[in-house]
Design a protein around this ligand. Structure first.
Ligand code: HEM
Length: 142
């Protein structure tokens, strides 16, 4: 049984893994390596789904963690947190639509919405790691 205290680090690692997979998946499709693109993107969906489950489990059992920073770093933290949370909700249906067209082989419909979804998803994954680092990395100065 995994202790609750390790879950924030697990969640940050899942976000970091998703970000790497998204960059790799983009790299592969730019080189027309469709199978590798597909594998990276489906695995990214898996790591994101695991993150969501683990995040909800953690917050259900632990509640909120307060940010201890003050001044500029506090304002920065909330700008990142609010944009991260808002866009995390926005990308859920976008990823579903991107996958829907891809798995039906309709790449003419897949590619245009995927080009918008990918950078937003990447932002959400990277800021997930940044939020963890700001909350648990003792970034309470400035
Ligand atoms: C939700 C996950 C996915 C994301 C975010 C994603 C992202 C992208 C992006 C950004 C492009 C455009 C690349 C460019 O501008 O050149 C693209 C194209 C493409 N994707 Fe995906 N993709 C995903 C899943 C898949 C899956 C599961 C397949 C299945 C085979 C796939 C197959 C393709 C193909 C064949 C293209 C080329 C389309 C064309 O140029 O006409 N993708 N994808």
């Amino acid at each position: 049984m995994i202790g609750l205290s390790v879950l924030p680090a697990v969640n940050a690692s899942l976000n970091a893994t998703t970000a790497v997979l998204l960059v790799l998946g983009y790299f592969f499709i730019r080189r027309k390596i469709v199978m590798r693109h597909k594998q990276c993107m489906l695995t990214a969906c898996g790591t994101s789904a695991l993150f969501l489950a683990s995040y909800l489990y953690y917050h259900f059992h632990h509640g909120l963690t307060r940010f201890g920073g003050k001044g500029f770093v506090r304002a920065l933290y909330f700008v990142i947190l609010v944009s991260h949370t808002f866009l995390a909700v926005v990308i859920l249906p976008m990823v579903a639509v991107v996958l829907f067209w891809a798995l039906r082989g309709r790449f003419d419909k897949h590619a245009p919405i995927a080009r918008i979804t990918l950078p937003i998803w990447l932002y959400v994954s990277v800021t997930g790691v940044v939020v963890y680092w700001m909350l648990y990395g003792n970034l309470t100065c400035c």
